[in-house]
Design a protein around this ligand. Sequence first.
Ligand code: ZN
Ligand code: ZN
Ligand code: FE
Length: 335
Amino acid sequence: MHEIRLNPLVKWWIIVAEHRSMRPWRPDETAREVKCPFCPGAPELAHLDKWDVVVLPNKYPALVEEPERPKSPGFEAYEVKEARGACKVIVETPSHEGDFYTLSLDHVVKVIEAYSSEYAELSKREYVEYVAVFRNKGKEIGVSLTHPHSQIYALPFIPPRILAELDSMKEYYEKHGKCLICDVVAYETGGERVVYENEHFLVLLPFYAMWPYELHVYPKRHSNSILDLREEEVVHFADTLRVVTATYTELLEHDAPYIMALHNPPTKGNYPYYHFHVEFYQPYREKGKLKYAAGIEWGYWVFTYDGSPEAKARELRASCAKAVQKLGEVLGKCK
Ligand code: ZN
Ligand code: ZN
Ligand code: FE
């Protein structure tokens, strides 16, 4: 069964994908040469000769191009729709281990180019309302494959978090005649919450962070979507991805887990007030201590911030300074 159901209490769409419960848990690490589906030599990649970055269909897609028609739920309060969409995997490197910070700047640029071209292609499909590009990393957040990869979900609806951002950015724009994130960038530049900065991007722990080490990457120039970034900006964007992931690893003193979410506007319609950005959520609240989304967070959507964002930003800046030294090849500086 494949369908999308509306939770009528909160009006959130739920993707129901029965077969996904069959997907494998982490493959046996000792036999990875045989089992990793993203390593060179895997059957999925047999048709390719040489590659740096490759886009594959997700083997266990939550959304498909030709879904079955869902059965009528038979109750007027219940709403369902077809699970029509696409799920893809971007394998970022032939190397089985690593992250943005272990790849060269040029290589990360190629990963971003894959994000952009997939975003552009999937956006054109008539049934796609939103293209979610994200990266999950680390056993702490339940990632079943360690080989460096990102994911794309082309959705037939706009995610609630994006709807909330659209609402706020629109309201701000109507009230002030300016973009909310452009104003945040202007206000925060040079301030105590900035962790890293290069010519075209600002990395900051937001005033309004929900997770202790949450980091946002904001383009300095108003850019509606990832497709608006100019060539030189893409290079600087790649630079921030290397620095953020290296900073987390320095902070936690191990190859750090995190969630990265690209926030683009919906694919249909015009949202000139929307400002493209990336959000990183870090599951640790301190080295060795995980933060869980528990009763108050999941039960009520109320986040408690353990610590002060300004103090956490100071910690991250110190880790950033060390990370940048190790990276060598960076385009900006830690605040
Ligand atoms: Zn692998
Ligand atoms: Zn803006
Ligand atoms: Fe956002």
